[in-house]
Design a protein around this ligand. Structure first.
Ligand code: ADP
Length: 461
Protein backbone atom coordinates (compact mmCIF):
# COMPACT_ATOMS: atom_id res chain seq x y z
CA UNK A 1 0.00 0.00 0.00
CA UNK A 2 1.45 3.30 -1.06
CA UNK A 3 -0.04 6.58 0.17
CA UNK A 4 0.75 9.77 -1.69
CA UNK A 5 -0.67 12.65 0.34
CA UNK A 6 -2.00 15.55 -1.73
CA UNK A 7 -1.10 19.08 -0.71
CA UNK A 8 -2.59 20.80 -3.75
CA UNK A 9 -5.34 19.74 -6.13
CA UNK A 10 -6.20 21.48 -9.40
CA UNK A 11 -9.79 21.27 -10.60
CA UNK A 12 -9.98 21.18 -14.40
CA UNK A 13 -13.57 22.33 -14.48
CA UNK A 14 -15.90 25.22 -13.66
CA UNK A 15 -19.24 26.07 -12.05
CA UNK A 16 -20.98 23.99 -9.44
CA UNK A 17 -18.83 20.87 -9.70
CA UNK A 18 -15.64 22.92 -9.28
CA UNK A 19 -17.07 24.43 -6.10
CA UNK A 20 -18.19 20.99 -4.88
CA UNK A 21 -14.65 19.63 -5.32
CA UNK A 22 -13.00 22.66 -3.66
CA UNK A 23 -15.24 22.07 -0.64
CA UNK A 24 -14.19 18.43 -0.39
CA UNK A 25 -10.51 19.39 -0.69
CA UNK A 26 -10.78 22.02 2.01
CA UNK A 27 -12.42 19.56 4.37
CA UNK A 28 -9.45 17.27 3.76
CA UNK A 29 -6.93 20.07 4.36
CA UNK A 30 -5.85 20.25 0.71
CA UNK A 31 -5.06 23.55 -1.04
CA UNK A 32 -7.20 24.22 -4.13
CA UNK A 33 -6.23 25.57 -7.54
CA UNK A 34 -8.85 26.78 -10.04
CA UNK A 35 -8.52 27.40 -13.76
CA UNK A 36 -10.88 29.73 -15.60
CA UNK A 37 -11.49 30.89 -19.14
CA UNK A 38 -11.64 34.53 -20.16
CA UNK A 39 -15.43 34.19 -20.32
CA UNK A 40 -15.42 33.02 -16.67
CA UNK A 41 -13.39 35.97 -15.38
CA UNK A 42 -16.20 37.10 -13.07
CA UNK A 43 -17.60 33.67 -12.25
CA UNK A 44 -18.13 32.69 -8.65
CA UNK A 45 -16.27 29.37 -8.64
CA UNK A 46 -12.94 31.11 -9.19
CA UNK A 47 -13.20 32.91 -5.89
CA UNK A 48 -13.92 29.69 -4.01
CA UNK A 49 -10.43 28.30 -4.67
CA UNK A 50 -7.24 29.28 -2.86
CA UNK A 51 -5.62 30.22 -6.18
CA UNK A 52 -7.00 30.68 -9.69
CA UNK A 53 -5.36 31.03 -13.08
CA UNK A 54 -6.54 32.12 -16.51
CA UNK A 55 -6.29 29.37 -19.07
CA UNK A 56 -6.79 29.10 -22.86
CA UNK A 57 -6.45 32.76 -23.73
CA UNK A 58 -8.10 33.45 -27.12
CA UNK A 59 -9.06 29.78 -27.43
CA UNK A 60 -12.76 30.22 -26.79
CA UNK A 61 -14.97 29.38 -23.81
CA UNK A 62 -15.12 25.59 -24.19
CA UNK A 63 -11.69 25.00 -25.74
CA UNK A 64 -10.07 26.74 -22.76
CA UNK A 65 -11.16 23.90 -20.48
CA UNK A 66 -9.96 21.34 -23.01
CA UNK A 67 -6.39 22.70 -23.22
CA UNK A 68 -4.70 19.51 -22.05
CA UNK A 69 -1.06 20.58 -22.29
CA UNK A 70 -1.64 24.04 -20.88
CA UNK A 71 -3.51 22.64 -17.88
CA UNK A 72 -0.80 20.06 -17.18
CA UNK A 73 2.00 22.64 -17.52
CA UNK A 74 0.19 24.97 -15.15
CA UNK A 75 -0.28 22.15 -12.63
CA UNK A 76 3.43 21.34 -12.77
CA UNK A 77 4.41 25.00 -12.41
CA UNK A 78 2.18 25.45 -9.37
CA UNK A 79 3.34 22.33 -7.57
CA UNK A 80 0.02 20.51 -7.88
CA UNK A 81 -0.16 16.81 -6.86
CA UNK A 82 -3.40 15.80 -8.56
CA UNK A 83 -6.06 16.94 -11.02
CA UNK A 84 -9.78 16.42 -10.51
CA UNK A 85 -11.59 16.62 -13.86
CA UNK A 86 -15.18 16.93 -12.54
CA UNK A 87 -17.75 15.94 -15.17
CA UNK A 88 -17.86 16.89 -18.87
CA UNK A 89 -14.83 18.56 -20.48
CA UNK A 90 -11.82 16.24 -19.93
CA UNK A 91 -13.38 13.93 -17.34
CA UNK A 92 -13.58 10.87 -19.58
CA UNK A 93 -10.65 11.61 -21.82
CA UNK A 94 -8.05 8.79 -21.62
CA UNK A 95 -5.41 10.92 -23.35
CA UNK A 96 -5.71 13.56 -20.64
CA UNK A 97 -5.57 10.95 -17.86
CA UNK A 98 -2.49 9.39 -19.44
CA UNK A 99 -0.71 12.72 -19.85
CA UNK A 100 -1.43 13.51 -16.18
CA UNK A 101 0.14 10.23 -15.09
CA UNK A 102 3.11 10.70 -17.43
CA UNK A 103 3.70 14.09 -15.79
CA UNK A 104 3.58 12.40 -12.38
CA UNK A 105 0.26 14.02 -11.55
CA UNK A 106 -2.49 11.85 -10.09
CA UNK A 107 -5.68 11.79 -12.19
CA UNK A 108 -8.62 11.63 -9.78
CA UNK A 109 -10.66 9.02 -11.59
CA UNK A 110 -10.37 5.45 -12.85
CA UNK A 111 -7.44 4.00 -14.80
CA UNK A 112 -6.65 4.96 -18.39
CA UNK A 113 -7.58 1.43 -19.45
CA UNK A 114 -11.05 1.71 -17.91
CA UNK A 115 -11.58 5.14 -19.49
CA UNK A 116 -10.72 3.60 -22.85
CA UNK A 117 -13.16 0.73 -22.38
CA UNK A 118 -16.03 2.84 -21.07
CA UNK A 119 -15.52 5.81 -23.40
CA UNK A 120 -17.62 4.43 -26.18
CA UNK A 121 -21.02 2.86 -25.85
CA UNK A 122 -20.25 -0.07 -28.17
CA UNK A 123 -17.15 -1.25 -26.31
CA UNK A 124 -18.78 -0.77 -22.92
CA UNK A 125 -21.77 -2.86 -24.00
CA UNK A 126 -19.37 -5.62 -25.03
CA UNK A 127 -17.63 -5.41 -21.67
CA UNK A 128 -21.01 -5.68 -19.93
CA UNK A 129 -22.09 -8.63 -22.07
CA UNK A 130 -18.78 -10.39 -21.33
CA UNK A 131 -19.41 -9.88 -17.63
CA UNK A 132 -22.81 -11.54 -18.12
CA UNK A 133 -24.72 -8.36 -17.41
CA UNK A 134 -27.87 -8.06 -19.58
CA UNK A 135 -27.66 -5.53 -22.43
CA UNK A 136 -30.40 -4.25 -24.73
CA UNK A 137 -30.64 -6.38 -27.89
CA UNK A 138 -28.87 -4.57 -30.69
CA UNK A 139 -26.08 -4.64 -33.22
CA UNK A 140 -23.12 -3.87 -31.08
CA UNK A 141 -20.69 -2.82 -33.77
CA UNK A 142 -20.59 0.24 -36.01
CA UNK A 143 -23.31 -0.10 -38.67
CA UNK A 144 -21.93 -0.04 -42.21
CA UNK A 145 -24.89 -0.98 -44.36
CA UNK A 146 -28.63 -0.47 -44.24
CA UNK A 147 -29.13 -4.26 -44.64
CA UNK A 148 -27.59 -4.90 -41.23
CA UNK A 149 -30.22 -2.70 -39.62
CA UNK A 150 -32.99 -4.31 -41.69
CA UNK A 151 -31.87 -7.77 -40.62
CA UNK A 152 -32.03 -6.73 -37.00
CA UNK A 153 -35.51 -5.31 -37.45
CA UNK A 154 -36.69 -8.58 -39.04
CA UNK A 155 -36.03 -10.32 -35.75
CA UNK A 156 -36.75 -7.60 -33.22
CA UNK A 157 -39.12 -5.21 -35.01
CA UNK A 158 -39.50 -1.45 -34.66
CA UNK A 159 -39.00 0.89 -32.89
CA UNK A 160 -35.23 1.00 -32.74
CA UNK A 161 -32.83 3.67 -31.58
CA UNK A 162 -29.71 4.74 -33.47
CA UNK A 163 -26.97 5.87 -31.14
CA UNK A 164 -23.60 7.52 -31.67
CA UNK A 165 -20.88 5.33 -30.15
CA UNK A 166 -19.23 8.39 -28.62
CA UNK A 167 -22.44 10.30 -27.87
CA UNK A 168 -23.19 11.88 -24.53
CA UNK A 169 -25.39 14.37 -22.72
CA UNK A 170 -28.49 12.98 -24.39
CA UNK A 171 -27.21 13.94 -27.83
CA UNK A 172 -26.56 11.70 -30.82
CA UNK A 173 -29.68 9.53 -30.50
CA UNK A 174 -32.51 8.98 -32.96
CA UNK A 175 -35.64 6.90 -32.57
CA UNK A 176 -36.79 5.14 -35.73
CA UNK A 177 -40.31 3.73 -35.99
CA UNK A 178 -40.51 2.40 -39.56
CA UNK A 179 -38.50 1.39 -42.61
CA UNK A 180 -39.09 4.64 -44.50
CA UNK A 181 -37.51 6.65 -41.71
CA UNK A 182 -34.59 4.29 -41.39
CA UNK A 183 -32.65 5.11 -44.58
CA UNK A 184 -32.54 8.81 -43.92
CA UNK A 185 -32.03 8.41 -40.18
CA UNK A 186 -28.90 6.27 -40.58
CA UNK A 187 -27.18 8.77 -42.85
CA UNK A 188 -28.19 11.71 -40.70
CA UNK A 189 -27.10 10.01 -37.50
CA UNK A 190 -23.67 9.28 -38.94
CA UNK A 191 -23.04 12.79 -40.18
CA UNK A 192 -24.33 14.28 -36.92
CA UNK A 193 -22.08 11.95 -34.94
CA UNK A 194 -19.08 12.96 -37.04
CA UNK A 195 -19.78 16.65 -36.49
CA UNK A 196 -20.62 16.47 -32.80
CA UNK A 197 -18.24 13.77 -31.53
CA UNK A 198 -15.58 13.51 -34.21
CA UNK A 199 -16.33 9.83 -34.93
CA UNK A 200 -19.15 8.72 -37.22
CA UNK A 201 -19.67 5.27 -35.64
CA UNK A 202 -23.30 4.60 -34.85
CA UNK A 203 -25.00 1.42 -33.66
CA UNK A 204 -28.59 0.39 -33.17
CA UNK A 205 -30.57 -1.22 -30.44
CA UNK A 206 -34.17 -1.94 -29.58
CA UNK A 207 -35.95 1.19 -28.38
CA UNK A 208 -37.67 0.50 -25.08
CA UNK A 209 -41.00 2.27 -24.67
CA UNK A 210 -41.34 4.16 -21.38
CA UNK A 211 -38.51 2.58 -19.40
CA UNK A 212 -37.19 3.73 -16.07
CA UNK A 213 -33.59 4.94 -15.89
CA UNK A 214 -31.97 3.37 -12.85
CA UNK A 215 -28.28 3.76 -12.08
CA UNK A 216 -25.95 2.44 -9.44
CA UNK A 217 -23.16 4.36 -7.71
CA UNK A 218 -19.92 2.42 -7.48
CA UNK A 219 -16.87 3.09 -5.33
CA UNK A 220 -13.66 1.10 -5.64
CA UNK A 221 -10.19 1.56 -4.17
CA UNK A 222 -6.83 0.77 -5.79
CA UNK A 223 -6.66 -2.69 -4.22
CA UNK A 224 -9.65 -4.37 -5.81
CA UNK A 225 -12.17 -3.57 -3.06
CA UNK A 226 -15.38 -2.48 -4.76
CA UNK A 227 -18.76 -1.64 -3.24
CA UNK A 228 -21.98 -0.03 -4.42
CA UNK A 229 -23.87 2.84 -2.80
CA UNK A 230 -27.25 1.63 -4.05
CA UNK A 231 -29.34 3.08 -6.83
CA UNK A 232 -30.86 6.32 -8.08
CA UNK A 233 -33.97 6.80 -10.20
CA UNK A 234 -33.14 9.29 -12.97
CA UNK A 235 -36.22 8.83 -15.12
CA UNK A 236 -37.32 12.47 -15.10
CA UNK A 237 -35.66 13.55 -18.32
CA UNK A 238 -36.21 16.06 -21.07
CA UNK A 239 -34.70 15.18 -24.44
CA UNK A 240 -32.83 12.27 -22.80
CA UNK A 241 -31.26 14.67 -20.28
CA UNK A 242 -31.84 14.28 -16.57
CA UNK A 243 -33.75 16.97 -14.71
CA UNK A 244 -34.75 15.45 -11.36
CA UNK A 245 -33.16 12.43 -9.67
CA UNK A 246 -33.93 10.62 -6.46
CA UNK A 247 -32.76 7.83 -4.21
CA UNK A 248 -33.76 5.16 -3.46
CA UNK A 249 -35.77 3.95 -6.50
CA UNK A 250 -38.57 3.00 -4.11
CA UNK A 251 -41.21 2.03 -6.65
CA UNK A 252 -39.20 -0.95 -7.92
CA UNK A 253 -39.38 -4.26 -6.07
CA UNK A 254 -36.54 -4.73 -3.59
CA UNK A 255 -35.43 -7.93 -5.32
CA UNK A 256 -35.09 -6.14 -8.66
CA UNK A 257 -33.12 -3.29 -7.09
CA UNK A 258 -30.81 -5.79 -5.48
CA UNK A 259 -30.28 -7.62 -8.80
CA UNK A 260 -29.45 -4.32 -10.52
CA UNK A 261 -26.94 -3.37 -7.80
CA UNK A 262 -25.33 -6.82 -8.03
CA UNK A 263 -25.04 -6.56 -11.82
CA UNK A 264 -23.44 -3.12 -11.50
CA UNK A 265 -20.96 -4.57 -9.05
CA UNK A 266 -20.26 -7.53 -11.33
CA UNK A 267 -19.44 -5.19 -14.21
CA UNK A 268 -17.25 -2.92 -12.05
CA UNK A 269 -15.37 -5.93 -10.70
CA UNK A 270 -14.85 -7.36 -14.19
CA UNK A 271 -12.79 -4.28 -15.13
CA UNK A 272 -11.23 -3.92 -11.67
CA UNK A 273 -12.83 -0.51 -11.36
CA UNK A 274 -11.27 2.03 -9.06
CA UNK A 275 -12.58 5.42 -7.90
CA UNK A 276 -16.21 6.59 -8.29
CA UNK A 277 -18.34 5.54 -11.24
CA UNK A 278 -21.91 4.92 -12.25
CA UNK A 279 -23.45 1.95 -14.03
CA UNK A 280 -26.62 2.95 -15.89
CA UNK A 281 -29.55 0.66 -16.69
CA UNK A 282 -32.95 0.93 -18.30
CA UNK A 283 -35.79 -1.08 -16.76
CA UNK A 284 -38.64 -1.97 -19.13
CA UNK A 285 -42.34 -2.24 -18.36
CA UNK A 286 -41.95 -5.91 -17.49
CA UNK A 287 -39.31 -5.26 -14.86
CA UNK A 288 -36.36 -6.47 -16.96
CA UNK A 289 -33.20 -4.43 -16.60
CA UNK A 290 -30.56 -3.76 -19.23
CA UNK A 291 -27.17 -2.07 -19.03
CA UNK A 292 -26.85 1.06 -21.22
CA UNK A 293 -23.55 2.66 -20.26
CA UNK A 294 -21.02 3.27 -17.54
CA UNK A 295 -19.94 6.78 -16.57
CA UNK A 296 -16.39 6.67 -15.23
CA UNK A 297 -16.57 9.95 -13.29
CA UNK A 298 -18.50 11.90 -10.69
CA UNK A 299 -22.05 12.65 -11.82
CA UNK A 300 -24.28 15.69 -11.36
CA UNK A 301 -26.74 13.62 -9.33
CA UNK A 302 -24.22 12.14 -6.86
CA UNK A 303 -25.76 14.37 -4.17
CA UNK A 304 -28.85 12.21 -3.58
CA UNK A 305 -26.68 9.16 -2.90
CA UNK A 306 -24.48 11.13 -0.52
CA UNK A 307 -27.50 12.31 1.40
CA UNK A 308 -29.14 8.89 1.87
CA UNK A 309 -25.90 6.97 2.56
CA UNK A 310 -23.92 9.65 4.40
CA UNK A 311 -20.87 8.83 2.26
CA UNK A 312 -19.04 11.86 0.83
CA UNK A 313 -18.37 10.58 -2.68
CA UNK A 314 -16.06 13.43 -3.73
CA UNK A 315 -13.93 13.14 -0.59
CA UNK A 316 -13.81 9.38 -1.20
CA UNK A 317 -12.56 9.97 -4.74
CA UNK A 318 -9.71 12.13 -3.48
CA UNK A 319 -8.78 9.73 -0.70
CA UNK A 320 -8.87 6.73 -3.03
CA UNK A 321 -6.57 8.57 -5.44
CA UNK A 322 -4.10 9.18 -2.63
CA UNK A 323 -3.98 5.44 -2.17
CA UNK A 324 -6.18 4.91 0.87
CA UNK A 325 -8.11 1.63 0.88
CA UNK A 326 -11.87 1.72 1.52
CA UNK A 327 -11.42 0.26 4.99
CA UNK A 328 -8.79 2.82 6.03
CA UNK A 329 -9.24 5.22 8.96
CA UNK A 330 -9.74 7.95 6.36
CA UNK A 331 -12.56 6.39 4.30
CA UNK A 332 -14.06 4.09 6.96
CA UNK A 333 -15.96 1.65 4.74
CA UNK A 334 -15.03 -1.81 5.93
CA UNK A 335 -17.36 -3.52 3.46
CA UNK A 336 -20.74 -3.50 1.74
CA UNK A 337 -22.45 -4.10 5.09
CA UNK A 338 -21.42 -0.59 6.19
CA UNK A 339 -23.56 1.05 3.51
CA UNK A 340 -27.11 1.79 4.66
CA UNK A 341 -29.81 3.83 2.95
CA UNK A 342 -31.62 6.23 5.24
CA UNK A 343 -34.66 8.17 4.05
CA UNK A 344 -35.25 9.74 0.65
CA UNK A 345 -33.45 12.45 -1.29
CA UNK A 346 -34.57 14.30 -4.42
CA UNK A 347 -32.37 16.57 -6.50
CA UNK A 348 -33.96 19.25 -8.70
CA UNK A 349 -31.71 20.97 -11.21
CA UNK A 350 -32.52 24.69 -11.42
CA UNK A 351 -31.45 25.93 -14.83
CA UNK A 352 -31.51 29.37 -16.42
CA UNK A 353 -34.01 28.21 -19.02
CA UNK A 354 -37.52 29.39 -19.73
CA UNK A 355 -40.08 26.55 -19.75
CA UNK A 356 -42.60 28.88 -21.46
CA UNK A 357 -40.13 29.26 -24.37
CA UNK A 358 -39.46 25.55 -24.82
CA UNK A 359 -36.58 25.76 -22.34
CA UNK A 360 -34.58 28.26 -24.36
CA UNK A 361 -31.52 29.28 -22.31
CA UNK A 362 -31.83 32.75 -20.80
CA UNK A 363 -28.81 34.95 -20.23
CA UNK A 364 -28.02 38.27 -18.62
CA UNK A 365 -27.54 39.73 -15.18
CA UNK A 366 -29.14 38.22 -12.10
CA UNK A 367 -30.67 41.18 -10.20
CA UNK A 368 -31.86 39.28 -7.18
CA UNK A 369 -30.53 35.96 -5.91
CA UNK A 370 -31.91 34.77 -2.61
CA UNK A 371 -31.67 31.11 -1.81
CA UNK A 372 -33.67 28.78 0.37
CA UNK A 373 -32.36 26.84 3.34
CA UNK A 374 -33.67 25.07 6.41
CA UNK A 375 -34.07 21.49 7.60
CA UNK A 376 -33.91 18.93 4.82
CA UNK A 377 -32.35 21.13 2.14
CA UNK A 378 -28.92 20.99 0.54
CA UNK A 379 -27.87 23.47 -2.15
CA UNK A 380 -24.99 22.98 -4.59
CA UNK A 381 -24.63 26.29 -6.34
CA UNK A 382 -22.84 27.30 -9.50
CA UNK A 383 -22.65 30.90 -10.53
CA UNK A 384 -25.64 32.38 -8.76
CA UNK A 385 -25.30 35.61 -6.77
CA UNK A 386 -26.87 39.02 -6.97
CA UNK A 387 -25.13 40.79 -9.82
CA UNK A 388 -23.75 37.66 -11.49
CA UNK A 389 -23.77 37.41 -15.26
CA UNK A 390 -25.16 34.32 -16.92
CA UNK A 391 -23.35 33.88 -20.23
CA UNK A 392 -24.51 31.78 -23.18
CA UNK A 393 -21.26 29.79 -23.36
CA UNK A 394 -21.84 26.97 -20.88
CA UNK A 395 -24.59 24.64 -19.73
CA UNK A 396 -27.43 26.38 -17.97
CA UNK A 397 -27.26 24.63 -14.58
CA UNK A 398 -27.56 27.34 -11.90
CA UNK A 399 -28.06 25.49 -8.61
CA UNK A 400 -29.06 22.00 -7.50
CA UNK A 401 -31.67 21.77 -4.74
CA UNK A 402 -31.54 18.46 -2.89
CA UNK A 403 -34.35 17.87 -0.43
CA UNK A 404 -34.40 14.97 1.99
CA UNK A 405 -36.65 13.46 4.59
CA UNK A 406 -37.79 10.19 6.17
CA UNK A 407 -40.55 9.69 3.60
CA UNK A 408 -40.55 10.38 -0.12
CA UNK A 409 -43.70 12.48 0.14
CA UNK A 410 -42.16 14.67 2.79
CA UNK A 411 -38.99 15.05 0.73
CA UNK A 412 -41.11 16.32 -2.18
CA UNK A 413 -42.85 18.79 0.13
CA UNK A 414 -39.55 20.10 1.39
CA UNK A 415 -38.33 20.34 -2.21
CA UNK A 416 -41.38 22.34 -3.29
CA UNK A 417 -41.07 24.60 -0.26
CA UNK A 418 -37.39 25.24 -1.02
CA UNK A 419 -38.07 25.92 -4.72
CA UNK A 420 -40.79 28.41 -3.81
CA UNK A 421 -38.46 30.08 -1.31
CA UNK A 422 -35.85 30.76 -4.01
CA UNK A 423 -36.07 34.34 -5.22
CA UNK A 424 -34.24 34.76 -8.52
CA UNK A 425 -34.89 37.59 -10.92
CA UNK A 426 -33.19 39.06 -13.96
CA UNK A 427 -33.01 35.71 -15.74
CA UNK A 428 -35.74 33.16 -16.25
CA UNK A 429 -35.47 29.79 -14.52
CA UNK A 430 -37.27 26.46 -14.77
CA UNK A 431 -38.44 26.61 -11.12
CA UNK A 432 -42.19 26.60 -11.97
CA UNK A 433 -41.68 23.51 -14.11
CA UNK A 434 -39.78 21.68 -11.36
CA UNK A 435 -42.58 22.43 -8.90
CA UNK A 436 -45.13 21.02 -11.35
CA UNK A 437 -43.14 17.78 -11.52
CA UNK A 438 -42.65 17.47 -7.76
CA UNK A 439 -46.39 17.86 -7.17
CA UNK A 440 -47.52 15.53 -9.98
CA UNK A 441 -49.37 12.41 -8.88
CA UNK A 442 -47.37 10.06 -11.13
CA UNK A 443 -44.10 11.44 -9.81
CA UNK A 444 -45.28 11.16 -6.19
CA UNK A 445 -46.05 7.48 -6.72
CA UNK A 446 -42.57 6.94 -8.17
CA UNK A 447 -44.19 5.78 -11.41
CA UNK A 448 -42.73 8.38 -13.80
CA UNK A 449 -40.74 6.90 -16.70
CA UNK A 450 -38.39 8.58 -19.18
CA UNK A 451 -41.48 9.56 -21.23
CA UNK A 452 -43.15 11.32 -18.30
CA UNK A 453 -42.45 14.87 -19.50
CA UNK A 454 -43.55 14.13 -23.09
CA UNK A 455 -46.72 12.47 -21.87
CA UNK A 456 -47.75 15.32 -19.57
CA UNK A 457 -47.93 18.64 -21.43
CA UNK A 458 -49.71 20.22 -18.45
CA UNK A 459 -46.32 20.32 -16.70
CA UNK A 460 -45.46 23.30 -18.90
CA UNK A 461 -48.34 25.43 -17.50
P1 ADP B 1 -26.04 9.73 -22.87
O1 ADP B 1 -24.66 9.16 -22.79
O2 ADP B 1 -26.18 10.74 -23.95
O3 ADP B 1 -26.57 10.19 -21.55
P2 ADP B 1 -27.47 7.20 -22.60
O4 ADP B 1 -27.10 6.00 -23.40
O5 ADP B 1 -27.03 7.23 -21.18
O6 ADP B 1 -26.97 8.52 -23.35
O7 ADP B 1 -29.04 7.37 -22.66
C1 ADP B 1 -29.67 8.53 -22.19
C2 ADP B 1 -31.19 8.32 -22.15
O8 ADP B 1 -31.67 8.01 -23.47
C3 ADP B 1 -31.64 7.16 -21.30
O9 ADP B 1 -31.75 7.48 -19.94
C4 ADP B 1 -33.01 6.88 -21.92
O10 ADP B 1 -33.97 7.81 -21.50
C5 ADP B 1 -32.74 7.09 -23.39
N1 ADP B 1 -32.38 5.82 -24.05
C6 ADP B 1 -31.13 5.38 -24.37
N2 ADP B 1 -31.18 4.16 -24.96
C7 ADP B 1 -32.48 3.81 -25.01
C8 ADP B 1 -33.19 2.66 -25.50
N3 ADP B 1 -32.57 1.63 -26.07
N4 ADP B 1 -34.54 2.66 -25.38
C9 ADP B 1 -35.20 3.69 -24.82
N5 ADP B 1 -34.60 4.79 -24.34
C10 ADP B 1 -33.26 4.87 -24.44
Amino acid sequence: MEIKKFKRVLVANRGEIAIRIFRACKELGIRTVAIYSEEDKTSLFRTKADESYLIGKNKGPIEAYLSIDEIINLALKKGVDAIHPGYGFLAENPEFAKKCLDANLEFIGPSVEVLEKMGDKITSKQVAANAQVPVIPGIDRPIQRLEEALDFVKTYGFPIIIKAAFGGGGRGMRIVRNEDELVLALDRAKSEARKAFGVEDVFIEKYLESPKHIEVQILGDKYGNIIHLYERDCSIQRRHQKLIEYAPAFSLPTTLRERICQDALKLAKSVNYSNAGTVEFLVDQWGKHYFIEMNPRIQVEHTVTEVVTGIDIVQSQILISQGYPLDSEEIKISGQQDIKVNGYAIQSRITTEDPAQNFAPDTGKIDIYRTSSGFGIRLDGGNGFTGSIITPYYDSLLVKVTSFSRTFEDATKKGVRALKEMNISGVKTNIPFLINVLTHETFLKGMATTNFINENPELFN
